[in-house]
Write a new protein. Structure first.
Length: 181
């Protein structure tokens, strides 16, 4: 049974060149490269099934990105017509192909609180009177509460935050990095 007809994606020469640039750029995240490949294949007239098979994606995923492209195509065309620099157009394309905001409750911690927690994590525990050489999530949470940064942060929240807050290159925990001075 044939699926829905694929959307026709039209690209200007400049948009195609910028998409190709994103595809070849070594620092582009793979999710962005997959999305760029999907848009370029759709612009070449490939159907969703063949794009999905070639790129190893689900058809629903392949169907979503040309739809998303069409929602932002008018703004990209207007920016291009206004003579915006390639850098501006490139960032617009990246924003268009970025993950959509997800639903859910906003975070409980402010940016200032997060910065203060990182600051505490970078200190040596001995300097705060703790009889340990490395922070554990439990001790760090207790110290954050003791300093009044947050009233009831859990060790699990501290651990998740510090694991997720580090850069993606190293595979060491932030706590181990900060106290290994």
């Amino acid at each position: 049974m044939p699926g829905p007809k694929p959307l026709l994606v039209t690209l200007s020469e400049k948009q195609r060149a910028l998409l190709e640039q994103l595809r070849r750029r070594q620092t582009s995240p793979q999710r962005l490269v997959r999305r760029v490949n999907t848009i370029l294949a759709a612009a070449d007239g490939d159907n969703n099934e063949s794009i999905a098979q070639r790129l190893g994606l689900e058809r629903d995923t392949v169907r979503m990105w040309p739809q998303r492209w069409q929602t932002g195509a008018e703004a990209l065309d207007a920016a291009e017509a206004a003579g915006d620099a390639d850098k501006v157009l490139l960032s617009g394309i990246e924003a268009l192909l970025d993950d959509a905001p997800r639903s859910g409750a906003p975070g409980d911690l402010s940016a200032e609180q997060l910065a203060q927690i990182i600051s505490v994590a970078c200190e040596l525990p001995e300097d705060s009177g703790w009889p340990v050489t490395h922070w554990s999530p439990r001790e760090l949470a207790d110290e954050v509460i003791q300093r009044g940064i947050d009233e009831s942060i859990s060790p699990r929240t501290v651990g998740r935050f510090l694991k997720g807050g580090r850069s993606q290159a190293p595979s060491l925990d932030l706590l181990a990095q900060s106290s290994a001075r």
